[in-house]
Design a protein around this ligand. Structure first.
Ligand code: PLP
Length: 325
């Protein structure tokens, strides 16, 4: 149900469940209930994935706290955490396929990491005394429910698979414990990093097809990852066996640009998780942190043969070393 009201009248002089939109609204509560069921916890929605990250860190930590961040996690998460350096937040990066370092106040994992697509060692992280956050944007609850593996919080850029149609900006935190969710909700109300009713309504609609979309995208991605592995212009393929996200390397920045501009069906655009396939060279955003020829492909719902035909024609790179072999 979409209710755009910002105010609801008091009854007999008493505020009811809903009184002012920043505190909560029926469309958001409905979407949170649905997402909470999917992840097995208490869901809260925020204005974006980045907003959810900011709210979680500010609500949970203090000046002097240290976050252990998975190496190769979403670039923007590191950017936000380093922005908070001015307020005394410290960040150390670690290899999430092993145990997190000692002496940190929060462990931040990503399943799978974007764009390196490593999977975290959830069992090792669960043994760590600090709270554990898993950004499961790319896995979605269809493939992974981190709270069942000892995580304390799940973070989603709901902009991606959960909403699924590239027309909504939203973030979510799903907490295992109700008291954590209450604290986070209080912070959300005070800070105003809130989700508006319209995006929540579109999220509700997206969630109805989440499982169907993600299963199909996974099937297509598996097939494309295999075919890419055998292609002479492709050097490395990263695919963890789940989800619709693949990254692969061509020889260098110039070859990557050639692939980007030769695509006809797949859009050359950023983001991921939508029904339409998109591909981009990540070095334009992440610089030296990624190989210059790294291309990230988010597989959509187009027929897999049409996607392969587009990739195959775009990968006919003139002069590419392996193509000459
Ligand atoms: N986490 C991951 C893994 C992402 O890929 C993104 C966005 O690309 C975010 C968080 C941030 O989400 P948003 O763009 O909704 O703020």
């Amino acid at each position: 149900m979409l209710d755009r009201s910002t105010i609801w009248p008091y009854r007999d002089g008493e505020p009811g469940e809903f009184l002012y939109q920043r505190y909560g609204h029926p469309t958001g509560v409905e979407a949170e209930a649905r997402l909470g069921e999917l992840d097995g916890g208490h869901a809260l929605l925020f204005a974006s994935g980045a907003g959810a990250t900011t709210a979680l860190v500010l609500a949970l930590l203090s000046s002097g706290s240290t976050v252990a961040l998975a190496e190769g996690a979403y670039f923007g998460t590191g950017v936000i955490l380093r922005e908070l350096d001015r307020w005394g937040l410290r960040v150390v990066e670690f290899d999430q396929t092993g145990p997190p370092p000692d002496g940190v106040d929060l462990v931040w994992l990503e399943a799978p990491s974007n764009p390196f697509l490593t999977m975290p060692d959830l069992e090792a992280a669960a043994k760590h005394p600090a709270p554990v956050v898993v950004d499961a944007t790319a896995a979605t609850p269809v493939h992974l429910r981190p709270l069942e593996h000892g995580a304390d919080f799940v973070l989603h850029s709901a902009t991606k698979y959960l909403a699924g149609h590239d027309d909504v900006l939203l973030g979510a935190v799903v907490s295992k414990r109700e008291d954590d969710a209450m604290r986070l909700k209080e912070f959300r109300t005070r800070s105003g990093i809130v989700a508006a009713p319209d995006p929540c309504f579109l999220l509700l609609r997206g969630l109805k097809t989440l499982e169907l979309r993600v299963r199909r995208q996974t099937e297509s991605a598996k097939e494309l990852a295999e075919r890419l592995s055998g292609h002479p212009s492709v050097q490395t393929v990263r695919y963890p066996g789940l989800g619709g996200l693949i990254s692969f390397d061509v020889a260098g920045a110039e070859e990557a640009r050639q692939v980007e501009t030769a695509l006809r069906l797949i859009a050359n655009a950023t983001s991921l998780g939508g029904v339409d396939s998109v591909l981009e060279a990540r070095a334009r955003w992440e610089g030296d942190r990624v190989p210059p020829g790294l291309l990230r492909l988010s597989v959509g719902l187009e027929p897999v043969e049409a996607l392969w035909a587009d990739l195959a024609q775009a990968l006919e790179i003139p002069g590419s070393s392996r193509a000459r072999e």
